[in-house]
Design a protein around this ligand. Structure first.
Ligand code: PEP
Ligand code: CO
Length: 476
């Protein structure tokens, strides 16, 4: 057997353990006949109808000449970290916007999102003692899958908004025409976002001695802010204590720097193809648009273009699984996307909805465990819990988000598997897009600061509150 994992038919494989010693990630070698263009022979869902094909081709050529955004070695490091998640030894925090925006783009916005992610990671690590792998839905999360090609605005039918990498969200027909030059703009915005994130995470801002400064001003006086401050104070004391004991912390880089990896949905395959490059070290292909890419619920067809594209890249890959996913589909995805059973290569993101997680998830987890596939399981408690508020705005309720995570933990507890992480849509801004939470956002408050380019996000208070609840679940 590959990787020394148990045979699929042995009783050993039928007894999943909470922590498992999967073998460390080896290099990923795709099938030798795979090429970044292979997906073009398969049916591709959710692709953009570009009206100007010559302009589109010119943009792709220009994109292919741009430097990679991330390096293959970084993607391999993330695969190893996710291998720890698959083995029950680490927890994944993946978070960021539903859709990044060309309009709402600023250094402060990026910094505040990073602050919330760092705060959540501290709460989770401190509260549970489990290492936290941090991945942003950031620096490339622009393209959106849509349920319908058009939408009704008043009584006018318009082409749907597909993310700023394709068209504009303004509800007028001319704004909705797909414009390929937006792909270049998305690339450049991703590059500047990543540049700032690298500076923040490696240049002192993410140093654990700065833990107090991550508390956002508007948060500091709230209950969650004060709860965070108490942890920050304890961390300070621990650092002072170790210093006083003569432990030299000055050279210990995990205290001074943070690894924040980037991710987005690999939806626009021509964009992803243009940024796929051969790694000079291993000769393998990597999608250098992000460290990790995922395949969404609407594009995970086993013979479809998105799965075909993902089979050949060396990056770690996620697949979203909604309530209609079957055990056979899950196993087929494991076999196609991770035939060598490299731990960390494949993560399943369950997005069932609070009402269905306890019934829809167990058969999938059980089938994957029985087959001995080293999958990390992560909970997206957002996309199965969206509903229209009375005023017609898309929203989510904090209690449903938390409820789905609780269900996800209960399923893994019952199955003897590891609840490997959470995948959250959030922002550092003080928005009013999701209902509930300690601050108790109510229906009437939704219009106050509803600024998302797509789905409703948790605000900073709701996010920190959620991190405390998840830490409690992890502890127990
Ligand atoms: C998303 O993550 O923004 C998304 C569209 O998710 P899903 O594919 O799970 O619906
Ligand atoms: Co979304």
């Amino acid at each position: 057997m590959e990787q020394g994992l148990p045979d699929e038919t042995t009783p050993e494989a039928a007894a999943p353990a909470r922590t498992r010693d999967w073998h460390p990630a080896s290099d990923w070698h795709p099938a030798s006949d795979w090429h970044p263009t292979s997906w073009r022979t398969r049916p591709a869902a959710q692709q953009t109808p570009w009206p100007d094909l010559a302009a589109h081709a010119a943009v792709l050529e220009e994109l292919a000449r741009q430097p990679p955004l991330v390096f293959a070695g970084e993607a391999r490091r993330l695969t190893r970290a996710l291998g720890q998640v698959a083995a029950g030894k680490a927890f994944l925090l993946q978070a960021g916007d539903c859709a990044e925006s060309f309009d709402d783009f600023s250094a402060d916005g990026i910094r505040d999102k990073l602050k919330v992610i760092l705060q959540m990671a501290v709460v989770l690590t401190y509260g549970s003692g489990v290492p936290v792998v941090k991945v942003g839905r950031i620096a490339g999360q622009f393209a959106k899958p849509r349920s319908a090609a058009t939408e009704l605005v008043g009584d006018v039918e318009l082409p749907v908004f597909r993310g700023h990498i394709v068209n504009d969200d303004v509800p007028i027909a001319s704004a909705r025409v797909p414009d390929p030059s937006r792909m270049l703009r998305a690339y450049h915005q991703s590059a500047s976002t990543l540049n700032l994130l690298r500076a923040f995470t490696k240049g002192g801002f993410a140093d654990l001695s700065q833990v107090h400064s991550w508390n956002l001003e508007f948060l500091a006086t709230s209950a969650e802010g004060r709860r965070f401050e108490a942890i920050a104070e304890e961390i300070d004391r621990a650092l002072r204590f170790m210093n006083a004991c003569g432990v030299d912390l000055s050279t210990d880089s995990p205290i001074h720097q943070v690894d924040l990896f980037t991710s987005h949905e690999a939806l626009l395959l021509d964009y992803e193809e243009a940024l796929t490059r051969r790694d000079s070290l291993t000769g393998d292909w990597y999608d250098c648009s992000a460290h990790l890419v995922w395949i969404g619920e609407r594009t995970r067809q086993i013979d479809g273009a998105h799965v075909e594209f993902a089979t050949g890249i060396g990056n770690p890959v996620e697949v979203k699984l909604g309530p209609a996913a079957t055990p056979d589909e899950a196993i087929a995805l494991c076999q196609r996307l991770n035939p060598a059973r490299v731990p960390g290569r494949l993560t399943f993101v369950s997005r069932m909805g609070v009402d269905r997680v306890r019934t829809a998830l167990p058969p999938l987890v059980r089938a994957v465990s029985l087959a001995g596939h080293p999958v990390a399981w992560v909970c997206d408690p957002m996309h199965g819990n969206t509903f229209a508020s009375e005023s017609g705005r898309k929203t989510r309720h904090f209690d449903h988000v938390l409820g789905e995570i609780q269900g996800f933990f209960a399923v893994h507890q019952a199955e003897g598997t590891w609840p490997g992480g959470v995948h959250i849509e959030l922002t550092g801004d003080d928005v009013t897009e999701c209902l509930g939470g300690i601050g108790g956002i109510v229906e009437e408050q939704l219009p106050l600061r509803y600024t998302t380019a797509c789905d409703p996000r948790l605000n900073a208070r709701q996010s920190i509150d959620l991190a405390f609840r998840v830490a409690e679940l992890l502890r127990s």
